[in-house]
Design a protein around this ligand. Structure first.
Ligand SMILES: Nc1ncnc2c1ncn2[C@@H]1O[C@H](COP(=O)(O)OP(=O)(O)OP(=O)(O)O)[C@@H](O)[C@H]1O
Ligand SMILES: [Mg+2]
Length: 349
């Protein structure tokens, strides 16, 4: 049976505010000293983690019966660690931080949060979105398909009718694209863990992405150009890298002015390559930089709607970069264009 140690008395005799907070916290709190021995744990910790009886004074790695925690409890470790572990039917978010002083010096503080219901709710949300998108995609595809068939014989239609069918077609296409993006994001949410990585030549991926936006760029007289891509090989997931560069290039063209320039290139940075997608378009005020990577976030909703955006492109980019271990950053000012940068490690032979 796990023991439930009570609050340690403060020097004054009663419990200090900090003691009371630790004892009453619904989150587990565990402290190991510089020698790795357990010097404190609150009742929530004893409830959430399986422990040896009478754990205080024992080495934390022996007293806490969860092998995955051994590494983050190592004495002297000076990193902040975060991991999700499954203990019985519970999912626990564990954060471990080094303690600079007290507790024998260089101890570790472990915070344990029960995230079972949160993770369950996230899974339900994701499944619901995937199911709804799947069900709605089918009729939207049929509407787009029939509208396209009607437009093939545009000459036989009255001009006002042809215009209406065009609107139906354009909007049905937007719906299918939206459902595709939602399904793709749900799939990424459902598949836990990183994506499989392999050496990927960057130049062909960029060429495919530029080909796809060629028509849209020509409509706006936007010039597409590249630099530094020859022979660049990174450790990545090819399909994911295609989606990342594809979304960034699509945005760069969409948010360019008439006659603008979109550039895709690679620069050597440390042990890897920074792939850059640069435009000289409308730019993004720094106050929006963090939020543009959220789902459905659009800086200027009116303009984005007119441009046909739903605000999922950058959410997909951020999710894929996270799953590839790629570092994603943005430099932009309103009115002076944007640079989206993706750093990936160099692929070894
Ligand atoms: N290169 C860019 N220049 C200026 N603004 C941009 C750029 N890229 C993204 N944005 C802003 O960030 C918002 C989010 O981009 P995101 O790609 O997620 O959505 P979207 O392009 O509106 O729609 P979609 O889901 O079709 O990609 C955009 O609506 C736009 O306001
Ligand atoms: Mg986009």
């Amino acid at each position: 049976m796990p023991s439930e140690p009570g609050p340690e008395p403060s020097p004054g005799g009663g419990s200090s505010l900090a003691d009371a907070l630790v004892e009453a916290s619904p989150n587990g709190v565990l402290v190991a000293d510089g020698a790795g021995r357990l010097v404190r744990l609150n009742p929530a910790c004893a409830r959430l983690l399986p422990l040896l009886g009478d754990p205080l004074g024992r080495r934390a790695t022996e007293a806490v019966l969860v092998p995955e925690l051994a590494a983050v409890l190592e004495p002297g470790r000076d990193t902040r660690d975060e991991l999700v572990i499954t203990v019985g039917h519970r999912e626990l978010l564990v954060r471990a931080v080094p303690l600079a002083d007290g507790c024998g010096g260089h101890g570790r503080l472990l915070l344990v949060e029960d995230v079972t219901r949160l993770r369950q709710a996230e899974r339900h949300r994701s499944e619901f979105v995937a199911n709804v998108s799947h069900e709605l995609r089918t009729p939207a595809t049929a509407i787009a398909g029939y509208a396209e068939t009607l437009l093939e014989d545009r000459d036989t239609l009255d001009p006002p009718v042809a215009r209406m069918v065009e609107v139906i077609h354009r909007n049905a296409r937007r719906l299918t694209e939206l459902f595709d993006d939602l399904l793709y994001l749900s799939r990424l949410d459902a598949e836990e863990g990183p994506l499989p990585l392999a050496p990927v030549l960057v130049a062909p991926v960029v060429t495919e992405c530029l080909d796809k936006v060629q028509a849209a760029a020509a409509d706006k007289e936007v010039t597409l150009q590249t630099f530094g891509l020859d022979g660049v090989r990174v450790l990545a997931n090819r399909e994911a890298l295609g989606h990342v560069v594809g979304n960034l290039v699509e945005n760069a063209v969409k948010y360019s002015h008439q006659g603008g320039v979109v550039t895709v290139g690679a620069r050597r940075r440390g042990e890897g390559w920074r792939i850059e997608v640069i435009d000289v378009g409308i730019g993004i005020d720094p106050s929006h930089h963090e939020r543009v990577f959220e789902r459905f976030y659009r800086v200027d909703k009116g303009r984005a709607r007119a441009a046909g955006g739903t605000g999922l492109g950058l959410a997909i980019v951020a999710r894929l970069c996270g799953k590839m271990g790629a570092d994603l950053s943005l430099r932009s000012q309103l009115g002076s264009g944007s640079v989206f940068r993706v750093w990936l490690p160099q692929a070894r032979d």
